[in-house]
Design a protein. Structure first.
Lengths: 478, 421
């Protein structure tokens, strides 16, 4: 019998697991995919919002501001990339000023620090590539950018270090209320638990509705993005949003923590909870709208495009806490933007609820920090040379675009909750995430995976399940 | 810090031929840096024949062609490091490289020859919509998997793009027992050599659909089908022409991009059309003593011409190191591509430094039949050669002689263009 079972190993599930791992409790995370960070958490803007968007008093507003405040220390404790770069909301004309002022006022009410409305001159001094059609902008110095994979993986690894179990390829099929708690039926057997945390992203409604009569509805809201080469990464240095205006809701343009440029997302409600495909219309929209706020975007530098699904709940608010008519079933639902920013605070909130429910006691041996995969590019030449002498795999470059060594890939596979697929390695090390999009390194990475996992090359997958990379061996079909 | 007269970045066909040429022109201190586990570069995975027709008057496979140069490198005692990645080259020609045994290496070079080759354009660069399942490979990656690792990327194949590697892979996959359903090409003409269309598609009954592209990729885990559609003259898909092809693999052969991250890092000026360095008659970049050849300079169709170009680069680098090069400062003549000519290599000629004759290589932007390649020396037409057919997939060249240029003492620019009959 578990004390807590968390459904979903995305950022909310992982943040909840990590916060709960401070306490003496038996905790397990069930994840339908083969790895952490496989749903909404892996395909989003990677923005740490300042907190001026949500209505004052809402959970979204509160947790956004709190999450933003926690982010810097958390990124140091858990060794993931975060940069407080600041953001701008672009207002194209005088008619937009009341809207901009409203954001400013909301920000103040929500407790966002340092907000300032900038003039056209101030903006172009700050960001020379902002469109000439700018009238004013809201500057939020506390906004930032984060590596969503890095944060999710760090939270999960730290939770694991502190005793949380993770079960992958374990899809929840049914949840039944029992006298002592819940019975969770999965493709890998039945699990018993006193409490459930429903952090299932776009599927959170399905699980909530299994135990509660007060139905909720999560609509997958698709957002498409284009990612540009690092050559374009310095085009702007802050996240640039557009004020919703005469062209409808704009898209953002942002540098990423790794030095790429990201543009997007669109916002289209769809039915298919697995509908992470991009569309011609969506990509065209991203490209045309991004050009409205930032000029001279080098669109020839696009290296990939992708789509993510926001878990949009009909009330447009986070639903966090015990379901009204299902005791010990804790929802963590409707976690759309600013979910990534809020997740450290969401984890805190979930843990707080469960601490009360289960009267949990703090552990004395909680490990609050975690070291990520060493990036040899951050070392001085002498240190790097020394590292290669100690571990020669760090002298072998596998991904030439991102300059990722075999040493980093081995670390990604061998560490707790290690990578089991090409995408798992990509999210942990960036191997394959560069301009050639894994053309050169995928055969080499596959070979390392096969060797380390002691499986055949034909068993290596892109992302688990049936995503096998090769169909067999030559001459098989002859 | 080690010191070499010439450091060559890349041990593929360009690097090898440049090394041999530099050595034969009197330079002993040469180092080739190769990132892969053997010399030969991309030729090692090109196990089909057709290499060397111009260079050796023989039909060789890729590895055989490479071996001819590797043998010369070994016979001449030229030094090379394998499994060694160049991380950075400074403007002052200090090369920082890395491998397992030596750790970080710093090498000071008097001259550098850039010979890093090219990479394949990816799906992302084309912004093809759809899912992102397993089973989407660039043709070159698939070629490596099949020819070097003995792995089959899939069984039912659709190929987008009719570049040479895609055509070669259509044949290879067929020979390995896979079913190649169709090759789609966005342009109204093929991007590859005519001989490859005949020998790799026609001979195996594989349909080539010109003016078609992939408009959707289906399948969440492994690719299940792709949707092709016809495109109009502007390259936009025509609604209503969609056709779905079930397949487990999509190969992309949609263009090659010279890999010039190291070059631009050291301050080498790149050309917008070729994505390779702008070079003068000596194949020297804007940085003195830094030369470029092969696919890093501009993408070639035939390795024979890579070797020829690299030989020139090696010879010029040797002359530079020995200080035997003319001081230059003769007239600098600019080469200007126009009317159907997309670019020229080189982009400028210093008559004081040019050899007796000079090959100017270029590509055309469309298919031309029964046209002339003309070169105007300032206003005067000095070259006018008839070509039965020219296509973007086949590199063209004209030859200029020093004698010819010296006849025009005030010459400022040579315009290369295509003219109707």
């Amino acid at each position: 019998m578990y004390d807590v079972i968390i459904i979903g190993a995305g950022v909310s599930g992982a943040a909840s697991a990590r916060e709960l791992s401070r306490y003496k409790a038996k905790i397990c995370v069930l994840e339908k995919e083969e790895d952490v960070c496989c749903g909404t958490s892996k395909a989003n803007s990677g923005i740490v919002h300042a907190g001026y968007d949500a209505a004052p008093g809402s959970l979204k507003a509160m947790l956004n501001v709190r999450g933003n405040e926690m982010m810097e220390q958390l990124s140091k404790d858990l060794d993931f990339l975060f940069q407080r770069t600041g953001s701008l909301v672009i207002c194209p004309d005088e008619e937009g000023m009341p809207g901009l002022q409203k954001l400013y006022d909301r920000g103040l009410a929500n407790g966002v620090k340092g907000l300032k409305i900038l003039t056209r001159e101030e903006i172009s001094a700050m960001e020379p590539n902002i469109t000439d059609d700018v009238y004013a902008a809201l500057y939020a110095p506390s906004a930032g950018i984060v590596c969503p994979f890095g944060m999710n993986i760090a939270l999960a690894e730290n939770a694991y270090m502190n005793g949380v179990e993770f079960r992958f390829n374990t899809e929840v099929q049914d949840i039944r209320k029992t006298e002592k708690g819940y019975e969770i039926h999965t493709g890998q057997g039945v699990f018993h638990t006193k409490c459930v945390v429903n952090a299932a992203g776009v599927y959170a409604d399905k699980f909530h509705n299994m135990v509660s009569k007060k139905k909720i509805r999560i609509t997958p809201r698709r957002g498409e993005y284009c990612l540009l080469d690092k050559n374009a990464g310095k085009h702007i240095s802050r996240t640039v949003f557009s004020l919703p205006g005469k062209y409808g809701k704009g898209v953002l343009v942002t540098p990423t923590v790794h030095g790429n440029l990201l543009i997007g997302p669109t916002a289209v409600d769809i039915r298919d909870k697995e509908g992470t495909n991009t569309t011609r219309e969506g990509l065209d929209e991203v490209i045309s709208k991004a050009g409205q706020s930032v000029k001279n975007l080098p669109m020839r530098q696009v290296i990939t495009s992708f789509a993510g699904l926001r878990a949009h709940e009909s009330g447009a608010e986070f639903i966090i806490g015990e379901a009204e008519d299902a005791e010990r079933f804790i929802d963590c639902a409707g976690i759309e933007s600013p979910g990534l920013t809020s997740c450290p605070a969401i984890g805190e909130m979930v843990a707080e609820v469960l601490k009360e429910k289960l009267r949990l006691e703090k552990k004395e041996d909680f490990i609050a920090t975690r070291k990520g995969i060493l990036d040899p590019n951050t070392l001085a030449k002498k240190e790097r040379d020394e590292l290669i002498r100690q571990e020669s795999a760090y002298g072998n470059i596998i991904c030439r675009c991102e300059m990722i060594t075999e040493g980093e890939i081995l670390d990604a596979i061998r560490r707790p909750l290690g990578a089991r697929s090409l995408d798992g390695i990509k999210r942990r090390t960036r191997a394959g995430m560069g301009r050639c999009q894994s053309g050169f390194c995928s055969p080499k990475t596959m070979e390392i995976l096969a060797r380390e996992l002691n499986v055949s090359m034909s068993d290596i997958t892109k992302s688990g399940g049936n995503s096998r990379l090769v169909a067999g061996f030559t001459k098989d079909l002859l | 810090m080690k010191n070499y007269d010439i450091v060559i970045i890349g041990g593929g066909p360009a690097g090898l031929a440049a090394a041999v040429s530099a050595k034969r022109n009197g330079i002993d201190s040469i180092l080739i840096l190769e990132r892969d586990k053997e010399l030969g570069g991309i030729l090692n995975q090109c196990i089909h024949n057709g290499f060397g027709l111009h260079m050796f008057r023989e039909e060789l496979t890729g590895p055989e062609y490479a071996q001819r140069f590797i043998d010369q490198v070994n016979a001449l005692g030229i030094a090379y490091c394998l499994n060694t990645m160049v991380m950075d080259i400074s403007h002052e020609k200090v090369v920082t490289a890395m491998n397992r045994t030596d750790g970080l290496l710093e090498i000071r070079a008097k001259a550098v020859i850039l010979a890093m080759g090219c990479r394949e354009r990816s799906r992302g660069a084309l912004n093809i919509p759809g899912y992102r399942p397993a089973g989407i490979y660039s043709a070159g990656t698939a070629q490596r998997l099949v020819n070097m690792e003995g792995l089959m990327p899939g069984r039912e194949i659709v190929i987008l793009g009719s570049g040479d590697i895609g055509l070669i892979m259509a044949r290879r996959m067929t020979l390995e027992g896979a079913k190649v359903k169709v090759v789609a090409e966005l342009m109204p003409y093929s991007g590859g050599l005519k001989r490859n269309i005949v020998q790799c598609l026609d001979d195996y009954g594989i349909p080539l659909k010109l003016s078609h592209t992939v408009v959707d990729i289906n399948g969440k885990e492994r690719i299940e089908s792709v949707t092709l559609a016809e495109v109009d003259a502007t390259g936009k898909p025509v609604p209503g022409t969609e056709e779905e092809y079930s397949c487990d693999t999509l190969l992309l052969s949609v263009g090659l991009i010279p890999e010039n991250e190291l070059s631009s890092g050291m301050g080498v000026q790149l050309n917008n059309v070729t994505s390779g360095p702008d070079v003068n008659e000596s194949l020297e970049t804007n940085i003195e003593g830094v030369f470029a050849c092969g696919n890093v300079l501009h993408v070639h169709d035939l390795v024979d011409f890579v070797s020829e170009e690299a030989k020139t680069a090696g010879k010029n680098a040797a002359a530079y190191v020995k200080g035997e090069r003319s001081a230059g400062g003769g007239r600098e003549i600019r080469l200007k591509p126009m009317d159907g000519v997309r670019y020229t290599v080189p982009i400028s000629i210093d008559t004081a430094r040019m050899s007796e004759d000079l090959t100017v290589r270029f590509r055309v932007g469309a298919v031309f039949r029964d046209c002339y390649v003309s070169a105007y020396f300032d206003g005067e037409r000095a070259v006018h050669t008839k070509r039965r057919i020219m296509a973007p997939g086949e590199m063209e060249e004209i030859r200029l002689t020093k004698e010819q240029l010296l006849k025009y003492p005030d010459l400022k620019a040579i315009t290369v263009k295509i003219e109707e009959a």
